[in-house]
Design a protein around this ligand. Structure first.
Ligand code: ZN
Ligand code: FE
Length: 261
């Protein structure tokens, strides 16, 4: 399966999937750039997939569906707010599309009906606004506990998994990550890479889960608890030492700090 990336709006990524002469789109924020992309290649659109109901992920559903008669697929529990939904996906369901098997993973936190699409056949994950490179989505509807558990679920996928997220947030995420994990050589190295790519206006998506495990502060709470001396954010470090916090409490605190960053 091939994956193509279309930047849209301020910092959104729409992804177009192509296999066996069929085409799918993941999270079309708007329709025109998708239509242009398809027409340039003489392709039609067979499926529309959504990770969650936010407008910058479903905004193109109606227009694309009426032009291509392509069904809209989204999470069953969010069906009431996914525009033009046709097929309701369930948690853990294996959805088969041509030569691909895609497992649906329910990962609440950013919203209460957020899913990830894990194309097992190709080791590709569409993480929407839940797992970002070196960051995670804001808690618009869910709790820190939900997001923590959702990220744990994703971090157990094979490390070679290529992650495609919904936004280009890497540089700001890395800046924040360096505040608390400033001695992490993998993170320092990754920030260098990200800066170089962004200077040339290149995308930093996809990235591997393996890189995330080494550099994403939201996936490193276990490490921070075991190695509090590694934390470079002074207030966070002393807060931890004074309170003997749990992994989840630390996660919630980092999420809060990120909101204020
Ligand atoms: Zn969102
Ligand atoms: Fe979004």
């Amino acid at each position: 399966m091939q994956v193509f990336q279309i930047p849209d709006l301020e910092d959104n990524y729409i992804h177009v999937l192509r296999t066996k002469g069929k085409t799918a789109v993941v999270d079309p924020s708007t329709a025109p750039p998708v239509n242009q992309f398809l027409q340039e290649r003489n392709w039609s659109l067979d499926v529309i997939l959504n990770t969650h109901h936010h407008h910058d992920h479903v905004g193109g559903n109606a227009e694309l569906k009426s032009k291509w008669q392509s069904p809209v697929l989204g999470f069953s529990k969010d069906a009431y707010r996914i525009p033009k939904i046709d097929q309701k996906l369930e948690d853990q369901q294996d959805w088969t599309w041509e030569d691909q098997v895609c497992q649906v993973l329910f990962i609440p936190g950013h919203t209460l009906g957020h899913i990830a699409l894990w194309f097992k056949t190709s080791s590709i994950l569409f993480s929407g606004d839940t797992l970002f490179s070196m960051g995670c989505g804001r808690l618009f509807e869910g709790t820190a506990k939900q997001m923590f558990e959702s990220l744990n679920k994703l971090s157990q996928l094979p490390p070679e998994t290529q992650v495609y997220c919904g936004h280009e947030y890497s540089e700001a995420n890395a800046e924040f990550a360096l505040l608390i994990d400033g001695n992490n050589q993998d993170l320092i190295h990754r920030m260098k890479n990200v800066r170089e790519k962004r200077k040339q206006e290149k995308s930093t998506v996809p990235f591997s889960l393996e890189e995330e495990l080494k550099t994403n502060p939201f996936l490193r709470t276990k490490y921070f608890i075991k190695n509090p001396e590694s934390i470079t954010h002074r207030e966070l470090k002393s807060w931890m030492e004074d309170n003997f916090v749990s992994e989840l409490e630390l996660f919630a605190q980092i999420r809060l700090m990120k909101d204020q960053f």
